[in-house]
Design a protein around this ligand. Structure first.
Ligand SMILES: Cc1ncc(COP(=O)(O)O)c(C=O)c1O
Length: 401
């Protein structure tokens, strides 16, 4: 049978690591799991209570509004004003999505079609590379450098890659997808980068889709910039914001696309055909999370930062130095020299780590060819477990000095 939209998808390499993880656990081994970026921290208690209460009201069992309840969009606008000093009209500049992933995928449907192209960095979060293809379009990749090993500014590198790809493209791209702090590399940028990107987009009449999944995860006082902080950005940009990482509400599936009114209207229209919105009690609880637990992301950030420090210090101690990321919830670790020199690629190395150290990581190749020299640690294990992982790694990697 032919499945045209998915035939071109690369094999899901994470499945191999998941299989090894399941096998190790079945053998009774204690796997320290940094594999999947699935937050382990609880959602805000207030939201959980509100969800339970709202679920008992039969009025909330009916179809909800696919664009999101007015008060949910208002809560999002309030948060953008408070955190980024960005004004958003809840009626015309915000649409609720079933998480950022659904939002981005369907956004590609409204922006792209067969014959169109989109620029996407590699490595990237898998849906960034796959989403344009689901819409029938072609992806043009640009390199995303590793801020730790290249020594260069990842924003500068991104813009150089963008300009080169633009100059070479026969069909001029309609869309640029980006995401900072970046998954998997943790590359982070400042507002000046966003200004340059917006200037490029205005000049070339291209839409920028900024996936801002790690909006609230900047460390050591760093606040990741929203692209909508740039003047005139609403002419050419949209941004995806999600409660998944900011409020540790991954399973709830609440996200937003905000920015350019025409694009918001287009996605709203498509979604009105596709879905009836997130379950209404979830939307009501999300309003409570944003309005009444608005500092919860600060608590989460402190925890992730502490985990980052323990992992980075531990890796340095065993001879695997990695530069501490400024944001995201990932450590993007180059395959250490003695192993890279033997020709080990990311899938081999991740396999070795799980088999010999009982430590699960994500092989970089799962995020695109550009990621094959690295493995990714997601900061979803606490400090105690991270110390355990470091002890296991020390034993499993004797060639580190
Ligand atoms: C860049 C990026 N976008 C989106 C998501 C998923 O967000 P959501 O749960 O809102 O779909 C993730 C999760 O890992 C991510 O890293």
């Amino acid at each position: 049978m032919e499945f045209r939209r998915i035939n071109g998808l690369p094999p899901y390499v994470f499945a191999q690591i998941n299989g090894l993880k399941a096998q190790a656990r079945a053998e009774g081994r204690d796997v320290v799991d940094f594999g999947f970026g699935n937050p382990d921290l609880p959602s805000p208690e207030l939201a959980v209570e509100k969800l339970a209460e709202a679920a008992h009201n039969p009025k909330n069992h009916r179809y909800s509004a696919s664009r999101g309840l007015p008060n949910l969009r208002l809560a999002m606008a309030t948060r953008y004003k408070k955190v980024f000093d960005v004004d958003l009209d809840p009626d015309t500049e915000i649409v609720t999505t079933i998480g950022a992933k659904e939002g981005l995928t369907h956004l590609m449907w409204v922006l792209l079609g067969p014959g169109d192209t989109a620029i996407v960095p590699t490595p990237s979060y898998p849906i960034h590379l796959a989403g344009p293809g689901f819409a029938g379009a072609t992806v043009i990749t640009i390199p995303m450098s590793d801020p730790g090993t290249s020594g260069r500014d990842p924003g500068d590198d991104f813009l150089v890659g963008l300009q080169a790809a633009w100059a070479k493209a026969v069909v001029k791209p309609r869309v640029i997808i980006c995401s900072f702090p970046h998954n998997p590399t943790s590359a982070s940028v400042d507002l000046a980068f966003m200004e340059r990107l917006v200037a490029f987009a205005l000049e070339h009449e291209v839409i920028v889709c900024h996936d801002f999944a790690y909006a609230d995860l900047g460390f050591d006082g760093y606040q990741p910039p929203s692209i909508l902080q740039v003047p005139r950005s609403k002419e050419c940009c949209v941004e995806l914001y999600t409660l998944t990482k900011s409020f540790s509400m991954a399973g709830w599936r609440v996200g937003f696309m905000v920015g350019n009114t025409e694009v918001v209207a287009a996605l709203t229209k498509l979604k009105s055909y596709l879905d009836y919105g997130t379950f209404q009690p979830v939307q009501i609880a999300a309003i409570v999370a944003m309005n009444e637990a608005s500092t919860y992301p600060d608590e989460l950030r402190t925890i992730y930062q502490s985990r980052r420090d323990v992992l980075i210090e531990g890796l340095a101690r065993i001879g695997w130095p990695v530069v501490a990321p400024k944001g995201s919830m990932f450590i993007w670790a180059p395959i250490p020299e003695p192993y890279a020199a033997r020709g080990l690629r990311s899938l081999d190395f991740s396999t070795h780590l799980i088999n010999v150290a009982s430590v699960a990581t994500s092989p970089g190749v799962g995020f695109g060819d550009g990621g094959d020299g690295h493995v990714r640690f997601a900061l979803i294990e606490n400090e105690l477990r991270t110390h355990q992982a470091i002890r296991n790694l020390r034993r499993a990697l004797p060639e580190l000095s």
